[in-house]
Ligand binder design. Structure first.
Ligand code: PGA
Length: 252
């Protein structure tokens, strides 16, 4: 009997984009056409907080999961502007991106803080998508493996084994995000293999590893066919129903 292929996971990261009207069109299109994808691909969208009520309304009862792009490192209290994992869980959120490079850079988030955020998400029954990735300078200096290893180690050192087993990890080379210059399938696979080894050693199981950074309909299939790439985290292209679905179809 042929070995059953694991379902691929394709998650959209809307970043700070959208409006109620635009979201309505995009979500309706996704819901209608998601049914045409086989069950071997799972879809999700991570949206700005103000749209949680909308996605809850439009996606509840559909196969499309939804989530947020960050959560607070704290549970509650005097943290003006923060939003806790428990709050978003009340909207049926099941996914939370943590440690995206835009937050690490623009909001100077450390790997330790990212680890605390991952922990808060898991405590609220939300699966964190932990992002790791090197800058172009770090890659050129031959530090890619060291950088991503250290970013992931901070998270693995904070979480207990049960929580590690529930993680999703996304490799997003900083130089590939929003630049149109994706990592090659070989470059991505190489780093995914390193992450896989590190995770297997620490958690003992196979957690989903997503690739992110300029994934488009024309490179998705090759990226997703790599042995250690379990799907993608899609930024710009997730705002187009046609592109997002074409990328998802590329994972089949
Ligand atoms: P991109 O972004 O697909 O627009 O490169 C990916 C991400 O930042 O998650």
């Amino acid at each position: 009997m042929a070995k059953k292929q694991r379902a691929k996971l394709v998650v959209g990261n809307w970043k700070m984009n959208g409006s109620i009207a635009e979201n309505d069109t995009l979500l309706n299109g996704l819901v209608q056409r998601a049914a045409t994808l086989e069950s071997r691909v799972l879809l999700g969208v991570c949206v700005p907080y103000p749209y949680l009520a909308q996605v809850q309304m439009q996606l509840t009862g559909t196969p499309i999961a939804y989530g947020v792009q960050d959560v607070s490192a704290y549970t509650h209290g005097a943290y003006t502007g923060d939003v806790s994992a428990r709050m978003v869980a009340e909207f049926g959120v099941t996914l939370a991106i943590v440690g995206h490079s835009e937050r690490r850079t623009l909001h100077t988030e450390s790997s330790k803080l990212v680890a605390a955020k991952a922990q808060r998400a898991l405590e609220a029954n939300i699966i964190p998508i932990v992002c790791v990735g090197e800058t172009l300078d770090e890659r050129r200096a031959g530090q890619t493996n060291t950088v991503i290893h250290a970013q992931l180690t901070a998270v693995l050192d904070t979480l207990d084994k049960d929580h590690v087993a529930r993680l999703i990890v996304a490799y997003e080379p900083v130089w590939a995000i929003g630049t149109g210059q994706s990592a090659t399938a070989q470059q991505a696979q190489q780093v995914h293999a390193v992450l896989r080894k590190q995770l297997t050693t620490r958690g003992g199981i196979r957690v989903p590893l997503l690739y992110g950074g300029s994934v488009k309909p024309d490179n998705a299939e090759e990226l997703f066919s790599q042995v250690d790439i379990d799907g993608g985290l899609i930024g710009g292209a997730s705002l187009s129903e046609i592109d997002f679905l074409a990328i998802s179809a590329g994972s089949l």
